[in-house]
Design a protein around this ligand. Sequence first.
Ligand code: C2E
Ligand code: CA
Ligand code: CA
Length: 548
Amino acid sequence: MPDFYNQAIEGLVIGQGVGSCGTSAYIGKRVTVIDIATHPYWAQWSELAKKANLSSCWSEPIINNRGKVIGTFAIYFEKPTSPTTKDFRLIEQFASLSRIAIEREKVDQLIWHQANFDHLTQLPNRSLVNEYIVNILKKAKRENTQFTIAMLDIDNFKDVNDSLGHSTGDALLVETSKRIKNSLRESDIIARIGGDEFIIVLTNTNGVKNIEILGKRILTALAKPYLFEEKEIYCTASIGVAIYPNDADNINQLLKNADHAMYSAKVKGRNTMHYFTDSMRTNFLKRMQLIQDLRIAVKERQFFIVYQPIVNLKNNNTYKAEALIRWQHPKKGLVSPLDFIPIAEETGLIIELSEWVFQQVLQDLKLWRGTYCENLQISINTSAVQYKNHNKQILNWIEQLKQHNIPSHALTIEITESLLMESNVLVDNIIADIRQQGVVIAIDDFGTGYCSFSYLKNFSVDYIKIDQSFVKGMSSDNNDMALCEAIIVMADKLNIEVIAEGIETAQQRQLLATAGCTFGQGYLLSKPLLKKDFEQFLINGNNEKSEF
Ligand code: C2E
Ligand code: CA
Ligand code: CA
């Protein structure tokens, strides 16, 4: 067919009397027009057909196995021509072959789509984005240009999924994908490569300015509240960036480096974007090693507990202590909990670790309450994971206290502000339940979180532990002092006791006592003590022996 003809009939709507094919497609039956010039179906197009030198047109509908017309097969002649029976048979066979070809193509497309796209968000999946990157990399090599791979992970997706259900989780992912997509340029690629993980490929990002702008745009778009079933949900994301050719020259390494950078973004507070640096690789390897060692340590019980006395600043009485875990690494020596607790939390090992701590504390409480200090109260640090996913670990501890005839107020549970801030109904209920059963609740590191005051209104807690950073900076006329005083006054009004952490000097102790703080903990009063030394401490009063 000549171009002018194709252009003229492009987009024509099928219907009765719309040429041979339009009619045949519409009625689903064969239409044989022997002379176009005189046939009513062609009345509107007879001039056009004449110009294209078309005189006859026989059109056969192509019908699929569900009876639906999916096209037509037509034969044109330059002279008016009537079909023979043999012609008809041939046309039918051609139409049938066309049907097979069309349907085959459709199935192929469907299979291809399913293999390359994520069914939930309709975004390319890992395998397709890999193909894209292969090509982008080739082009960048050839043309000496730069491109960027960004790894994006939603910060609190698991919590949303666990607390609000999978359908909300799915809806969140769909909405997130849309927001990311809308923040990008036409030429950028976004793919979903796992649960809440996305890869973004930015082409033509010469200089970091572009990357910076796009990254900010994405983070801002994602941080806006999501509305599901009239509930507002807040979700942020962490982004890690690796740039070709600066950070790596092959796909695997680029992806790995972007992943390391993403991990750093998570560690450094989330809702941020981080660029890959070489030290990240080293840190990553160190971390992997530490995870491996920690698994062994938990199996082999390479831990012990030290007890740090908590002293009544008014009368020097000590019948409280905090249990702090120590890891005796077979090669590295003593590893600080600051280094391994976060990893234990991420890997879930904290549950087992904390269980071990509780069992030790249980035995010690039983022994010491029965011998040297009948009022002894021990506090245990707990992590957010121990309250999530319907975890009953701490409620179970209360049962065990009962079985050993230890009153529940002999145990204090230290929780962090961040746990309360998340304000998840399940978590709130567990904490309320624990307190109802008589276990004492203390908020650890108070003042380092965000909304310290508002949740005190909704939560009943027994103790607030003022974070060491405030105590450290305290002098008689500065802001830290004012803050400590304010916390003490507020706590007093709310009937909450205060423990000041990290008291190292006599002056700090003096200032806190004057401000009305009842309890203190810190090197000045006693360092954390080995079990045998703490026992001695209980017997003798303030005679500390060992140092940690
Ligand atoms: P934390 O709960 O704030 O514990 C107080 C930390 O301050 C302890 O560090 C303690 O040794 C240290 N400290 C006490 N007095 C002073 C002082 O006067 N000056 C200074 N500079 N530091 C003082 P540690 O034992 O290294 O523990 C660090 C953190 O690890 C703890 O902070 C706690 O969050 C966590 N942790 C320790 N044991 C456990 C545990 O069994 N489970 C969990 N989930 N976390 C634990
Ligand atoms: Ca603590
Ligand atoms: Ca603390």
